[in-house]
Write a protein that binds this ligand. Structure first.
Ligand code: KIV
Ligand code: NA
Length: 276
């Protein structure tokens, strides 16, 4: 398993870091087999697994439930657990308690929080002091979609770009071990990546980040069918699955399944039970 120190060394050597989301046993198992360095149990699970419109309705219980399953599938991979909507904007005590639960019960290596407000930075400091590593996440942070007024690329103009660079530095100063940069111009991501000593993991942030993250279901076309510009589809699980399922339906209807080899037979000495 990679450690925080290994990830830092990868940045220094300019070895790219890969991160993919996973939300259950089979997906985490495949992601680990593929040699991905970091798994994110993201709150994107609300959309791609639970069918919600956004990440806003995901609960702590959902995150723990799926985080445990992902851990079972990937015992040897660095796992980051997302803190869900509003679970880290309650009192500091409750936010610390929520983060501790998520970290402990899923046996994660780190948790992730969105934004870089004073409140979030204090939380990062306190968690780090207590022994819970934190990954930051800035730019187009999906939990704030209603505040942004839609899924809009952030940091395109001067004030936005200045703000996001300042946020990145503040997260590093607070003790974040890495920072996800989402939905920002590649030029800004390049500057941030150069300015920070911790790794940047990009999604919709261009080639210059220290690593890249994609949502499992987007990467493999599994369940989802509309993709933002930053997604590249590397497989089509939808197609493979639909072909298989449709053939199964036809086979059953046409009495082609089950065949002899799928079927059990009674012991030769056994009299078949007779109905009286
Ligand atoms: O929940 C998620 O999948 C994420 C990534 C997009 C970074 O936070
Ligand atoms: Na997320």
């Amino acid at each position: 398993m990679k450690t925080r120190i290994d990830l830092l060394a990868m940045k220094q050597k300019n070895d790219k870091i890969t991160m993919v989301t996973a939300y259950d046993y089979p997906s985490a198992k495949l992601v680990e087999q593929a040699g991905v360095e970091m798994i994110l149990v993201g709150d994107s699970l609300g959309m791609v697994v639970l069918g919600y419109e956004s990440t806003i309705n995901v609960t702590i219980e959902d995150m723990i439930h799926h985080g445990k399953a992902a851990r079972k599938g990937a015992q040897n991979t660095f796992i980051v657990l997302d803190m869900p909507f509003m679970s880290y904007h309650v009192s500091l005590v409750d936010s610390l308690r929520n983060a501790t639960r998520i970290f402990q019960e899923t046996q994660a290596q780190a948790i992730k929080v969105e934004g870089a407000t004073e409140e979030v930075r204090v939380l990062i400091e306190r968690l780090t002091q207590g022994g819970i590593p934190v990954v930051g996440h800035i730019g187009l942070t999906p939990q704030s979609v209603h505040v942004f007024g839609g899924f809009k690329i952030q940091g395109k103009d001067q004030s936005g770009a200045n703000r996001i660079l300042a946020e990145a530095k503040a997260l590093e100063a607070a003790g974040a071990i890495a920072c996800v940069l989402e939905g920002i111009p590649q030029e800004l991501a390049e500057v941030i990546t150069r300015e920070l000593s911790i790794p940047t993991i990009g999604i919709g942030a261009g080639i210059h980040c220290d690593g890249q993250v994609l949502v499992y279901h987007d990467l493999l076309q599994y369940g989802t069918d509309r993709y933002p510009r930053f997604v590249k589809n590397y497989a089509n699980v939808n197609q493979v699955s639909l072909t298989g399922l449709t053939e199964y339906v036809q086979d059953v209807k046409d009495n082609r399944f089950p065949e002899e080899k799928h079927t059990y037979t009674i012991h030769p000495d056994t009299q078949l039970p007779r109905v009286e």
